[in-house]
Design a protein around this ligand. Sequence first.
Ligand SMILES: Cc1ncc(COP(=O)(O)O)c(C=O)c1O
Length: 422
Amino acid sequence: MQGHPNTELAHDLGTAPVGVRNRLRTGAAEVEHKLVGRLRGKPDTPPLPVALAALQAFQPLNPNNAGIHRLGDVGANNPWRSTRQLEAEAVAETVELLGENRSRCSGYLNSGSTEGNITAMWWARKRATSQGRLLRVIAPATVHYSVTKAVDLLGLDGALKLLPVDHNLQVSPAALDTALAESRRERRSVLVIATAITTATGTIDALSPIEEILDRHPDVPSGIHLDAAIGGLLVPFTEGWQPWSERPSLLSVTVDWHKLAGVPYSAGMLVFRSGAEAYGQPVAMISTGLDETVLGSRSGATAGAVWATLRSLGADGLTHRARRCVALRNSLLESLKDDLALEVHAPPASNVAAIRLSASDPAVGRLAAQLEPSSVYPSSVAGHPDDVYFPAFCMPHNTEDEVGRFVEDVRSALNAPRRKVS
Ligand SMILES: Cc1ncc(COP(=O)(O)O)c(C=O)c1O
């Protein structure tokens, strides 16, 4: 595809030796071939020009945004004051997009939702320890693998309880209730991790039933962390999102600006109710006070890119992007269901359509081979060994033509008759 920003950048390598230039051009073309012009099984989208321009403006200065930055408390003598202020503003505005008052929350930019999930669990463990309790982490079986990574890193062996999900991939309320009752007996604090758009199936965990069950156990200190790596900049702009301010149990949300929003990696953001981070012992840094985060140095240029993207798109632009993704997904869903008579898992507010086949269906192998160039891989859900899912993501850069090509790919793998051209 011509004019793609990655290739333009790779062509603009100035004084680099010829061998270096050629190697980078070839590499960029390979990446471009994989990423552009098709629906994929991953939430990637090319960066927006405004995000790239902001990165280019700040990167030569190499600003360091280590730590958490709050509105109004960015030190006047700090050389990176301006990128820290941009980060604080971007966090405050994201909190408002999620439907909570900026004064009640804080947050910071990080490497992505893997780090967001690790941090939420780290802080939850600190809170539990400060209450003289052990932590129980409870999550539906569909939760992202970064949660099991965090269990390993944090030494939380045995603390994670994965709950079964039903055919709609929603957690069993009875299992959650039992896990809470067990936690009460074991005098544990509980962190429930819910997800807004899972990678493997596009599932959105319903928060209200989870909250209702937590409310039934007032003697168990508990809270919810929402992994909205993919859905954080989509679900809040669709019907049915209940503002964060109306969800008192929701302690923190991780959102990736490098997924739907068109900011280059690494642009994760963890936002949280103020106080969620204040437990335990912050690490004293040499010049900037206290650091409650996992990483040390982080690029302040990312703050510029996120801020510029947020301000340029505004709530209206983000809403438009999100709704366009869902509309494309609905068109894909219609073709897969109506033309090809497939079973598809596709929550209304998600940009993912996950084709569900029986694991014993001979079409599974053919579909896997056909969709492999699009990085759509077969996935399964714990507890449902008879089902295989093929998730397709409708991202902001995708088009109706690409949806049509994807449907034709599926059709040819299934050996289904071609659609009649009227
Ligand atoms: C639901 C979910 N959570 C967490 C992550 C991890 O995010 P990152 O790769 O930005 O660390 C992803 C990545 O795709 C994800 O889809």
